[in-house]
Design a protein around this ligand. Structure first.
Ligand code: GSH
Length: 223
């Protein structure tokens, strides 16, 4: 699998999921600041000219939620997506879609100061989204209960951005404890360590080669 990746973007939850799965993958860096997402080569893969994009054999998958679903569905014996027949699967899928269709627009509403229009907007408004997540996480460790799933990866990646951008206070319950649990996961810790240890700037984790270059660079992410 090849993940087209830019640090500090929506490519981060995909990278994190690949690490949780201990998957074999290659990263190709897309430098947004240099417009590498607009090249003909990249546009053919992702007509929205956005990261992330995943190439898995013949399949080209775009949209973060779809990529996450694709990789966990195809991973053998992964607990990140409850099996068919397990009632938690529906909840996991619900939350996976919720992040892209409700949480992200609600965050955009707050970041950009849009006037809330809760009846017409599919996400309601930021407060409603916060309440829904809060009730889900109030009495259980993960979105679907005791099982950490791919939906937690996607949600937590965005909640970390919401926390950094002061959309939610760092100590706000139940998110503070939730993010604390997330940030202790071995895959997350390992990924973060490699990100921290690496040089700054346009460099990426080991094995990453830029879209327009051939040779790997040592590197870093600060997503
Ligand atoms: N709905 C898309 C959004 C992807 C997205 O907005 N990516 C941003 C980075 S987080 C991007 O590539 N921006 C560059 C651009 O639009 O030129 C997804 O979830 O994959």
């Amino acid at each position: 699998m090849i993940l087209y990746y830019t640090p500090q973007t929506r490519a981060f939850p995909v990278l994190w999921a690949l690490e949780e799965l201990a998957a074999q993958y290659e990263l190709k860096a897309v430098d947004l600041s240099r417009g590498e997402q607009k090249t003909d080569e990249y546009h053919r893969l992702n007509p929205m000219t956005k990261v992330p994009t995943l190439v898995d054999g013949e399949a080209v998958v775009t949209e973060t939620g779809a990529i996450l679903l694709h990789i966990v569905e195809n991973a053998p014996n992964s607990s990140l997506l409850p099996r068919r027949g397990d009632s938690r699967r529906a909840a996991c899928l619900k939350w996976l879609f919720f992040v892209g269709s409700s949480l992200e627009p609600a965050m955009a509403e707050r970041f950009q100061g849009w006037t809330p229009n809760p009846y017409y907007n599919g996400w309601g408004d930021f407060e409603r989204v916060l309440d829904a997540m809060s009730s889900a996480l109030a009495r259980r460790p993960w979105l679907v209960g005791e099982l950490f799933t791919v939906a937690d990866i996607y949600l937590a990646a965005d909640l970390r951005i919401a926390r950094t951008g002061n959309l939610i206070a760092a100590e706000l319950a139940p998110f503070a404890d939730y993010l604390h649990r997330v940030e202790r996961r071995p895959a997350f810790v390992g990924l973060w360590r490699s990100i921290r240890a690496a040089p700054l700037d346009r460099t990426f984790p080991d094995g990453v080669s830029a879209l327009t270059r051939e040779s790997p660079e040592d590197g870093h992410d600060s997503s």
